[in-house]
Design a protein around this ligand. Structure first.
Ligand SMILES: *[C@@H]1O[C@H](CO)[C@@H](O)[C@H](O)[C@H]1NC(C)=O
Ligand SMILES: *[C@@H]1O[C@H](CO)[C@@H](O)[C@H](O)[C@H]1NC(C)=O
Ligand SMILES: *[C@@H]1O[C@H](CO)[C@@H](O)[C@H](O)[C@H]1NC(C)=O
Ligand SMILES: *[C@@H]1O[C@H](CO)[C@@H](O)[C@H](O)[C@H]1NC(C)=O
Ligand SMILES: *[C@@H]1O[C@H](CO)[C@@H](O)[C@H](O)[C@H]1NC(C)=O
Ligand SMILES: *[C@@H]1O[C@H](CO)[C@@H](O)[C@H](O)[C@H]1NC(C)=O
Ligand SMILES: *[C@@H]1O[C@H](CO)[C@@H](O)[C@H](O)[C@H]1NC(C)=O
Ligand SMILES: *[C@@H]1O[C@H](CO)[C@@H](O)[C@H](O)[C@H]1NC(C)=O
Ligand SMILES: *[C@@H]1O[C@H](CO)[C@@H](O)[C@H](O)[C@H]1NC(C)=O
Ligand SMILES: *[C@@H]1O[C@H](CO)[C@@H](O)[C@H](O)[C@H]1NC(C)=O
Ligand SMILES: *[C@@H]1O[C@H](CO)[C@@H](O)[C@H](O)[C@H]1NC(C)=O
Ligand SMILES: *[C@@H]1O[C@H](CO)[C@@H](O)[C@H](O)[C@H]1NC(C)=O
Length: 620
């Protein structure tokens, strides 16, 4: 009996000794946290036998060893104790979204079973300890260190060919150096928003590779198309986009925007049939596009803006799907409508495309953002435009479109008709879990919103997500003529820009029905007649410009129209008077809006501050 009892006692003693060590580490962990006393009140020595039930502590089945510390988002402020290396059974350490500062303890590499470390969104600094690549028994499989202030380069220990890290995220730190040492990451590597320089090694292959917002130079790596998600945007990459390696069956997102790429697309990019997003915005690409888009039927977003592409808008785009039958309501939230196929965003702006408006665009029911601004497009704006019923942003400005606006069909722009409740959190429609095998969470971190640029309220603005109600229609700087359509019933329209055209006739009073309108720009046309007082009723209006027309009479005071906007909004209308312009010398009813002198104005913009002179001349 006695020996057995002794054995039992010994076991218990060993067990106990071991447990004390764990408790000591935990108490030291707490001691290093400035606000630990208030945030971890149950972590105390009196309670040490219960350490497995302390907040955020997980133990193994025997209740002897700490297997995980899980304390995210608690505002814990302090250092991570180096003693943590003694938790030799630790599998997971999750302290993200706290206020930890100081260095990552190098002893973490002593935790031989550790495979999951999540320290993102803290204030950690210094270099990444080389030991982190390897615990005694193997590499840490998930290492999430984004949004800290880490410095230095990637430790060469991460490049040991026998180590395989599943996911490494160093996004938004201050790391630098070259990428010559390629971490053996098999799934997910995010080094974006750092200061890495040099070129991208040719043989890098990762399912998810985000190197955006660095200072990388050189060319696109040859095996880029082996990725599922590849974001190399905002670097200094040059050269042409290489032909995809073998096939690019997996590639879903290719973002090469904001680089210095030249040439045109390799034709074989057309084999990347699962591409959802293709973005080459703001590069130096040029020439006619020979890429055959017809097999890229899964594209949801195509952004080519800010290059020097020329020729016609590629006809192969015409074969895109995008009909209503491809739209689905999310089973989770009926508020969201997904377009599983069909373009949501088409941005061809700031290029040199010529030819006419492809009427096929009108059949794309998924299309929400259509940007054709600043090209050489000509011909009329077709009647069918009203059939792009879900379009929220149509920007056809700075082209050579002529003829009249197709008045009646604009009423069919249903997304402009009421304040919409549709929300498109952009990439959220992507079902990326599908192809990624077991690691369903691999791609969830890629939530970079798309962005597009439009002129809003007189400023060039970048939009990153469509807010629930954002709508705009911009046909400024074209050669459009005729009367301004009443736009009745487009109550959801927020931004309307018809400036720099040749519209004549009166400002339709029906515009006052646009109850959501925030900006209205009718400047530099040939509009005449008086300003409809009803315009003052648009209380949401914060940007208003009717300058450089032939408008006449007293500026109405209804809705404080005459005090809400400065002189520049009314300038260049010689027959217009009253605040904020100089006062009317004669009753406005005596003014003839059709004076022959007035009808022969030369170029707008040359007649500032002559209104009172003209008015007395006219009245005499
Ligand atoms: C001891 O820990 C338990 C479980 O966390 C907790 O409910 C209790 O309040 C703690 N007691 C003391 C004295 O801290
Ligand atoms: C977080 O902790 C710091 C330091 O203890 C404190 O100053 C701050 O108010 C806390 N913030 C929140 C949101 O609790
Ligand atoms: C980690 O291991 C190394 C070498 O095995 C040792 O020198 C060091 O003291 C250990 N650190 C901790 C905190 O356990
Ligand atoms: C590479 O990893 C192995 C274990 O997989 C280890 O024995 C070796 O020391 C490592 N080499 C370097 C340079 O880190
Ligand atoms: C990295 O940045 C540090 C300063 O944070 C600097 O001293 C070092 O020279 C840089 N290294 C490289 C390779 O640019
Ligand atoms: C990648 O290429 C570099 C040279 O370009 C070479 O040193 C390295 O061994 C290659 N790595 C792999 C995994 O092929
Ligand atoms: C594009 O490819 C499709 C089939 O993949 C083919 O039918 C079509 O003729 C091609 N278009 C052009 C312009 O090459
Ligand atoms: C744009 O296209 C026109 C013809 O449509 C051509 O004359 C002009 O040179 C092109 N400009 C550039 C910058 O490519
Ligand atoms: C708009 O679409 C409807 C239904 O598909 C069609 O009947 C009508 O002709 C189209 N309108 C124009 C102007 O293309
Ligand atoms: C407006 O849409 C309806 C229904 O789709 C269609 O029948 C009609 O032709 C459209 N009107 C115009 C002017 O496009
Ligand atoms: C938007 O949705 C809310 C409820 O989610 C509803 O109360 C409101 O009437 C809707 N607005 C429009 C314009 O449909
Ligand atoms: C309307 O378009 C013109 C020319 O494209 C631009 O200069 C102006 O700023 C725009 N107006 C508003 C209110 O955005």
């Amino acid at each position: 009996m006695a020996p057995m009892l002794l054995l039992f006692f010994l076991c218990a003693l060993v067990h106990c000794l071991r447990a004390v060590t764990e408790v000591e580490v935990l108490l030291d962990f707490k001691k290093n946290i400035i606000n630990g006393a208030s945030l971890l009140p149950d972590w105390n020595a009196e309670n040490s036998t219960l350490f497995c039930s302390w907040r955020g502590v997980l133990c193994d089945e025997s209740g002897a060893y700490v297997t995980a510390l899980k304390l995210p988002g608690m505002n814990l402020t302090g250092r991570i104790t180096n003693q943590i290396g003694h938790l030799s059974f630790l599998l997971g350490l999750d302290l993200h979204e706290n206020n930890f500062f100081g260095e990552i303890p190098s002893s973490l590499g002593n935790c031989s079973k550790l495979f999951y470390v999540s320290l993102y969104a803290n204030h950690l600094s210094g270099a990444i300890p080389a030991s982190l690549a390897f615990c005694d028994s193997g590499p840490i499989r998930h290492l999430l260190l984004s949004d800290n202030s880490l410095e230095g380069s990637i430790p060469s220990s991460f490049c040991n060919t026998s180590s395989m890290v599943i996911r490494l995220s160093l996004r938004s730190n201050k790391m630098n150096g070259s990428l010559s040492c390629k971490p053996q990451i098999i799934r997910h590597l995010d080094l974006s928003h750092n200061r890495f320089t040099g070129s991208i090694p040719n043989n890098w292959t990762v399912h998810y590779l985000d190197l955006s917002y660095n200072s990388l130079s050189g060319t696109i790596p040859a095996r880029y198309s082996d990725a599922v998600i590849l974001d190399l945007s905002n670097n200094m990459l040059s050269g042409e986009i290489p032909a995809p390696n073998n096939n690019c069956f997996w590639l879903q997102i290719l973002d090469l925007s904001y680089n210095r790429l030249t040439g045109t697309f390799p034709e074989s990019l057309g084999t990347c049939m699962h591409l959802h997003i293709l973005n080459v915005k703001r590069n130096l690409m040029a020439g006619e596009i020979s890429l055959n888009f017809s097999r890229l039927g899964n594209l949801n977003s195509l952004q080519l803006s800010g290059n020097q592409f020329s020729g016609l808008i590629p006809r192969s785009l015409y074969s895109f799907p995008g009909r209503l039958d491809s739209m689905e309501r999310s089973p989770i939230d009926t508020k969201y409508v997904y377009c599983n196929s069909g373009l949501l965003l088409l941005d061809l702006s700031y290029n040199n495309f010529s030819g006419t408006f492809p009427e096929i665009f009108c059949t794309w029911d998924c299309l929400k953002v259509l940007l054709l601004s600043s090209n050489q497009l000509s011909g009329t704006i077709p009647k069918c435009i009203g059939n792009i019923s879900n379009a929220r942003v149509i920007d056809l400005s700075s082209n050579k479109f002529s003829g009249e606006l197709p008045t009646t069909s604009l009423i069919n722009l249903t997304a402009f008709r009421s304040v919409s409740n549709w929300s498109i959190g952009w990439y959220s429609f992507l079902n990326l879990g599908h192809n990624s095998g077991t690691e369903a969470d691999d791609f969830t971190a890629y939530d970079k919103p798309f962005d597009f640029n439009v002129n809003v309220k007189g400023r060039r603005s970048t939009y990153q997500k469509l807010s629930d109600s954002f709508t705009m229609f911009d046909v400024s700087s074209n050669l459009l003529r005729g009367h301004i359509p009443p736009f009745d019933h487009l109550q959801g329209l927020m931004h309307l820009n018809l400036s720099f055209n040749k519209f004549d006739g009166q400002i339709p009073r029906e515009l006052s029905g646009l109850k959501s309108l925030e900006s209205l720009d009718l400047s530099s046309n040939a509009l005449s007649g008086s300003i409809p007082p009803a315009l003052g009723e648009i209380s949401s209006l914060s940007s208003f410009n009717i300058s450089h027309n032939n408008l006449s009479g007293r500026i109405p005071s209804s809705g404080n129209l005459n005090t809400r906007f400065v002189e520049a909004a009314f300038d260049g209308n010689p027959l217009l008077c009253g605040a904020p312009l100089p006062p009317c010398h004669v009753p406005s009813s005596n003014l003839s809006p059709r004076s022959p002198v007035i009808n022969d104005w030369g170029a707008p913009g040359k007649l500032h501050n002559v209104s009172s002179v003209q008015i007395s001349f006219d009245a005499s």
